[in-house]
Design a protein around this ligand. Structure first.
Ligand SMILES: [Ca+2]
Ligand SMILES: [Ca+2]
Ligand SMILES: [Ca+2]
Length: 245
């Protein structure tokens, strides 16, 4: 009886320790995250107009100043940019998202985006463009943002990335790591609305909030925590069973 009781006590302690470790690990992850939530200003973000459709390095105009709004973001402040031309515009990240972002490899880039108006859709350009001395990489999420904020998620690893343009070659792990090891530009598309044939060009406004570059995908953190805690609980249950005679 005392053995069983001691087993339960030990297990309870172990659960607490496991939970604390999981929590500490999550905190460590959070501490190296880079983010812009636009609480007080535009946080160094600008936007540029480029030719698009495979040419993301020729700046036609920019860097241009985004519009900062202190309210009605998701939540709080957010930034927006109005399509300046028939070309393709991208938000451009400040320095804290650039340089060596290798520590984030395997993680995610996430952001919230909305459009006004949201149609007719333009799908000829990627959602995210990374530019470095080692090349240009592009990623297309595959669905388009709508007229209210929705979270866009992009892997911070080679899966799904293309070299140079949407029709480019698949990106290898080495290529991706080279680019994020010395990142010169991180561009998030605002251009999602085409001109309506026969009408004037449609100049949509794109709004951006909650840009986060995180080293570990959230499901992995959740899985780590649940596996760690559930594993100890499982051990506790096993200990509670009477030993065979
Ligand atoms: Ca915000
Ligand atoms: Ca445009
Ligand atoms: Ca447009």
């Amino acid at each position: 009886m005392s053995k069983i009781y001691r087993g339960v006590r030990l297990s309870t302690g172990a659960v607490v320790v496991a939970a604390a470790l999981a929590s500490a690990s999550a905190s460590a992850v959070v501490s190296i995250e880079v983010s812009s939530t636009f609480d007080v200003d535009a946080d160094g973000w600008t936007f540029v107009d480029v030719p698009g459709v495979g040419n993301y390095t020729t700046i036609l105009s920019g860097p241009l100043a985004v519009t900062y709004s202190a309210n009605n973001g998701n939540p709080g402040g957010f930034i927006s940019a109005k399509d300046p031309s028939n070309n393709t515009f991208f938000f451009t990240a400040p320095g804290k998202f650039l340089g060596d972002q290798s520590a984030m490899y395997g993680g995610l880039l996430k952001y919230d985006l909305k459009l006004d108006p949201a149609t007719p859709q333009w799908t000829g350009d990627p959602d995210v463009v990374l530019i470095s001395d080692s090349g240009v990489l592009v990623y297309d999420i595959g669905n388009e943002p709508g007229s209210s904020f929705s979270t866009r998620v992009v892997p911070w690893s080679e899966a799904g990335w293309r070299v140079g343009s949407l029709g480019g070659a698949q990106v290898s792990a080495g290529q991706f790591q080279n680019v994020i090891g010395n990142l010169g530009a991180l561009m998030i598309a605002g251009e999602f609305v085409a001109s309506t044939p026969g009408l004037d060009a449609t100049f949509e406004t794109a709004s951006l909030d909650n840009v986060v570059l995180t080293p570990v995908p959230e499901p992995s953190i959740a899985m780590l925590m649940s596996l760690g805690v559930l594993g100890v609980i499982g051990a506790a249950c096993r200990r509670k069973r009477p030993a065979p005679n």
